[in-house]
Design a protein around this ligand. Structure first.
Ligand code: HEM
Length: 464
């Protein structure tokens, strides 16, 4: 299909990324990658300073990197440069060490185990709703961030972080923001005492304080609660050694970060999409009312709520919280006939592939119905990959999908989320894709009389 082009670099912007285009990479990477794909096609060569990178947009090429030749690649530069945050946690470690940790953590994410978290997810959402008032205005993104952070803490570490949630959430958010500054992260090592690096150090110290407290409380209690923290604490190497506090710290900070912000953003984008699509919202409400009749959802209900599931699936297509992935070649390889030398970067963007008209008709429209029947089976495997793929596929995949559907079902039964007119919803593509200024909404009880219900408002997704 792709002829051999030895010693060639794929077509791309002349002279590499500099000037405005480097700024574009920093400030609006999704627009930049979309434009590169439009201008150059399935494979694009990009030079960023001294780094050579290949950007691939065809599902088959993505599969080669993530699955078929996964061993030839490590995680990309930005994630590697953030190792002082994540340490040797699952997201950033490599090789045998990663494999061992993945095997240790996997049981906490097995189907039956994940199903057992459903009740906690619903209970925490109900607790949140107890404080919601009809007509109240708020930033729904902040609410989702707090909720998913509490859920991940409770399910995986049996820790109640309610008293620290706001501060932990803010710190984690700051670390993500600061860590996603491509220019600084790539060119200024984290130990150079510039203000941003000092800030990162302070935030890490703050979160570590809380994580070490959780770890030491659990060590002291000797309890085996069967949760992920217990599994990690009790896991033994062949030589009988156990994980150090530092290793536990790396895994917990990784799971706190990877396990709450992505799901929160997915929900925020879902509220934003529903707010603009009253037809979809009405269909969602109809399904929830017919199947649940006002009672809280359970794990077993999810199979009876296909439209709710499709709303989440479609939201992850249009606004994938993990909007792009990056790798570095650790061995020479070849993609589409172009040589990929050791040290070269390879980038893939869910945002771009998920909106490709070759795979999706009306790609810019929010149409949960498209997922009905066998549609997914007709797609190439990597035309839809919100959770990545291959050995490094998201370990929290089922956890996140179940959590998003349960939270959506619990809230949408009781409240309509009306978008506040005029509030700009701006996508911030940092390591994850989230609304830069949040999503301002009015919470409207679904049980007020129909005469009081106002018409839906519109908020545009705008460039900053
Ligand atoms: C909608 C929500 C989520 C999305 C879109 C998402 C997306 C992703 C993606 C794309 C990757 C692969 C990164 C790569 O290949 O470079 C990943 C990895 C990972 N995710 Fe998620 N994720 C979500 C929720 C979660 C949750 C809830 C957890 C844990 C509770 C979690 C934990 C992780 C971990 C630990 C990894 C690294 C896995 C490894 O390399 O072994 N994620 N996630």
């Amino acid at each position: 299909m792709w002829p051999l082009r030895r010693d060639k670099f794929p077509p791309g912007p002349c002279g590499g990324l500099k000037g405005w285009s480097f700024r574009a990479l920093q400030e609006s990477p999704i627009e930049m990658f979309s434009k590169l794909a439009r201008d150059y096609g399935d494979i694009v060569g990009i030079r960023v300073a001294n780094f050579r990178n290949i950007f691939v947009n065809h599902p088959d090429l993505i599969e080669e990197v993530l699955v078929t030749h996964a061993r030839k690649y490590f995680k990309g530069r930005i994630l590697r440069a953030n190792r002082h945050v994540f340490g040797e946690g699952l997201l950033t470690s490599e090789g045998d060490f990663w494999l061992r940790q993945r095997r240790l953590a996997q049981p906490a994410f097995h189907r039956a185990r994940v199903a057992s978290y459903a009740a906690i997810m619903v209970e925490y959402t109900q607790r949140l709703l107890e404080n919601w008032r009809d007509g109240e205005e708020c930033d729904v993104h902040q609410r989702m961030m707090q909720l998913t952070l509490q859920i991940v803490a409770k399910t995986l570490f049996d820790a109640d972080v309610a008293r620290d949630t706001q501060d932990v959430g803010k710190s984690l958010q700051l670390l993500l923001e600061l860590g996603a500054n491509f220019r600084r992260t790539l060119f200024v090592p984290h130990w150079v005492p510039i203000p941003a690096n000092l800030r990162i150090k302070r935030e890490i110290a703050f979160i570590e304080g809380i994580l070490y407290r959780i770890i030491s409380e659990r060590r002291a209690s000797g309890r085996d609660t069967g949760d992920l923290l217990s599994m990690l604490l009790h896991a033994q190497d062949d030589d009988g050694s156990r994980m150090t506090d530092k290793q536990l710290r790396d895994e917990t900070i990784t799971l706190f970060l990877a396990g709450h912000e992505t799901t929160a953003s997915t929900l925020s984008w879902t509220w934003w999409l529903l707010g603009q699509n009253p037809r979809v919202e009405a269909k969602l409400h109809a399904e929830l009312d017919a199947v649940l009749g006002g009672r809280p959802p359970s794990f077993d209900d999810l199979a009876r709520l296909p439209y709710t599931g499709n709303v989440v699936t479609e939201s992850l297509r249009l606004c994938p919280a993990a909007w792009g992935l990056a790798r570095i070649a650790v061995e020479d390889h070849e993609i589409a006939g172009y040589p990929v030398r050791k040290g070269m970067g390879v980038a893939m963007a869910q945002w771009v592939v998920h909106r490709d008209p070759r795979w999706y008709s009306k790609p810019e429209e929010f149409l949960p119905e498209r997922w009905e029947g066998d549609f997914q089976k007709t797609l190439p495997r990597f035309a839809y990959f919100p959770f990545g793929g291959g050995p490094r596929q998201c370990i929290g995949n089922s956890f996140a999908q179940m959590e998003a559907a349960l939270i959506l079902a619990t809230i949408a039964q009781k409240f309509r989320i009306r978008l506040a007119p005029g509030h700009p919803v701006v996508p911030l593509a940092s390591i994850t894709l989230r609304p830069r200024h949040g999503v301002r909404v009015t919470l409207e009880s679904r049980h007020r009389s129909s005469a009081e219900i106002r018409r839906p408002t519109e908020q545009a997704m705008t460039a900053d």
